[in-house]
Design a protein around this ligand. Structure first.
Ligand code: NAP
Length: 251
């Protein structure tokens, strides 16, 4: 069977899978939401922008004759993942999520778990601190109720609007980052609290390891929950799944 994949992207895992798929001659499209200014260059054709909800995605799957969907979106991109589950069920297209396991606390970690961004905002309702806020530019406005802190903001692109707190420093960088560099960065800015999404994976882990080394508390935003779905944690597992569903993986 000749496959025509739809890869829902926005992560290093999506790019890794697209590279592997192109290498074995699989056909497909890599889809981005369009949140970053310059998405990573892909070895397969790409499209940018939403599908128009579940109905729009069903229409897309049918019109483009998609044979398999690989949901390699970020663990916090829950809306897209829910839409993919519903649309694939409706269109009868097999779906596999390529995702990372969440980070778990180790000896020396000082984590406070919160269920969502609003929970992190509540934790920051306290006297002024020096905070490394690693939540992405889309969520900065939600932290406006706590303008008393200094915020170190590391973002993939410069913020579109000025952050809604007077005392901040913006670092534009895509990563991956190293523990040594993040430790130096936290010391330079005299950080005393880190706020992070539980992204999982290696690319964004440096700040968590650096916080542990410095004995700093971390407010860890837990992942949104999703209905049960089929998941893979490596490119090889996705290839196996495709192979077992009858896809020809020869070049
Ligand atoms: P979201 O809340 O789950 O998605 C909102 C809407 O954006 C979706 O309903 C869909 O629009 C569109 N969309 C999302 N991902 C898409 C994709 N890969 N291709 C086409 N349309 C997509 O997602 P989000 O949190 O805005 O994240 C957007 C993208 O950024 C994702 O691709 C994700 O992998 C990446 N990202 C997210 C985070 C994060 O923390 N959320 C971090 C790093 C990277 P329609 O309903 O119109 O189809």
């Amino acid at each position: 069977m000749r496959a025509n994949l739809l890869i829902l992207a926005g992560t290093t895992e999506a790019t890794a899978f697209a590279n592997a798929a192109a290498e074995v001659g699989l056909a497909g499209t890599v889809s981005f939401a369009g949140r970053v200014d310059r998405p990573k260059r892909q070895p397969l054709p790409q499209r940018i922008g939403g599908f128009g909800g579940i109905d729009g995605l069903v229409e897309h799957l049918r019109a483009k004759k998609i044979t398999h969907v690989i949901d390699a979106t970020h663990p916090f991109a829950a809306q897209m993942s829910r839409n993919a589950m519903a649309a694939c069920a409706e269109a009868g297209v097999p779906l596999l999520a390529l995702t990372r396991k969440p980070w778990t606390a180790q000896d020396g970690d000082r984590w406070t778990h919160v269920p969502d961004i609003a929970g992190a905002v509540d934790v920051l309702d306290q006297p002024a601190k020096r905070v490394m806020l690693a939540v992405g530019r889309m969520h900065l406005a939600e932290f406006a109720p706590n303008p008393q802190h200094f915020y170190l903001l590391r973002l993939v692109d410069p913020p579109k609007d000025p952050p809604p707190f007077p005392d901040h420093h913006v670092l534009v960088s895509r990563g991956p980052f190293t523990e040594a560099d993040d430790l130096a960065l936290m010391q330079e800015h005299r950080i005393d609290l880190v706020v992070s999404k539980n992204a999982g994976g290696t690319g964004a882990y440096a700040k968590i390891a650096a916080a542990r080394a410095l004995g700093l508390p971390v407010t860890m935003i837990d992942r949104p929950s999703l209905p049960e779905r089929r998941e893979a944690h490596s490119v090889a597992e996705v290839m196996d799944w495709l192979h077992h569903s009858g896809v020809d993986l020869g070049v």
